[in-house]
Design a protein around this ligand. Structure first.
Ligand code: PGA
Length: 250
């Protein structure tokens, strides 16, 4: 039985003072029935992993370089993240694709590096509003999926997050039918890439304006195995009810 996953992406938010949120979260969920992953900024990975040692809370990163070391000022490699205690890394987030011009091919190279370092790759896909309105969503997702997945993908080392760009940080969410359509599509495409058994076992997250108020409805959608949460993961007050909603789903 696959464990569902509540993942939090702190983006460029948080200093040491915010680690209290993780303590509060752990106190509220000492024995969670789902996996919980928090991806703080790189500066907090070490203190966050220390704080969550011997607890069910996993800590991840928000990006890595595709090389293991070298002359890449400002970048961090997958082995370095593993050494810092990270268990996972978010890759191909739309903010990285937009702000840093990351292509799906780059994302695949980073995911291969993450896998080689024994990190779980949380690979993000999603269409823009223009693409959605032009009825190109499934074509965009198919293209991103085809090029963002390295050959090393397994159900154990990869999580896919569907995050429509227009829903991120906007308070807008797709309808349940729209989420279901894309998640069913991703599952079917994964079948073609890695076979039916592995495809069933891969966790598919929805991301984009997930809040305590809409979490239960989203988690009731077939083929939604959890969420990648931005703004609402920054405080235990908001993230804790999302975790509970996931525990109670189906
Ligand atoms: P949001 O961000 O929950 O703040 O919309 C989601 C994400 O970017 O992962």
């Amino acid at each position: 039985m696959k464990r569902k996953l509540a993942a939090g992406n702190w983006k460029m938010n948080g200093t040491n003072a915010n680690l209290i949120e993780l303590q509060t979260l752990l106190a509220a969920h000492p024995d969670p029935q789902v996996d919980i992953l928090i991806c703080p900024p790189a500066t907090l990975i070490v203190p966050a992993t220390r704080l969550s040692a011997d607890s069910p809370l996993m800590i991840g990163a928000q990006d890595c370089h595709s090389a293991s070391s070298g002359a890449h000022t400002g970048d961090i490699s997958a082995p370095m993240l593993a050494d810092a205690g990270a268990a996972a890394v978010i890759l191909g987030h739309s903010e990285r694709r937009q702000d840093h011009g990351e292509s799906s091919t780059t994302v695949a190279a980073k995911a291969a590096a993450a896998h080689a370092a024994n990190l779980t790759a949380v690979i993000c896909l999603g269409e823009s509003l223009t693409e959605r309105e032009a009825a190109q969503t499934l074509d965009v997702i198919a293209d991103q999926l085809r090029h963002s997945l390295p050959e090393s993908v397994t159900a154990a080392n990869t999580v896919i997050a569907y995050e429509p760009i227009w829903a991120i940080g906007t308070g807008l969410t797709p309808s349940t039918a729209q989420i279901a359509e894309v998640h069913d599509f991703i599952r079917a495409r994964l079948c073609d890439c890695i076979g039916p058994e592995a495809a069933q076992a891969v966790r598919l997250l929805y991301g984009g304006s997930v809040k305590p108020a809409n979490a239960a409805e989203i988690f009731a959608i077939p083929n939604v195995d959890g969420a990648l949460v931005g703004g609402a993961s920054l405080t235990a007050r908001d993230f804790s009810p999302i975790i509970t909603a996931l525990e109670n789903a189906r």
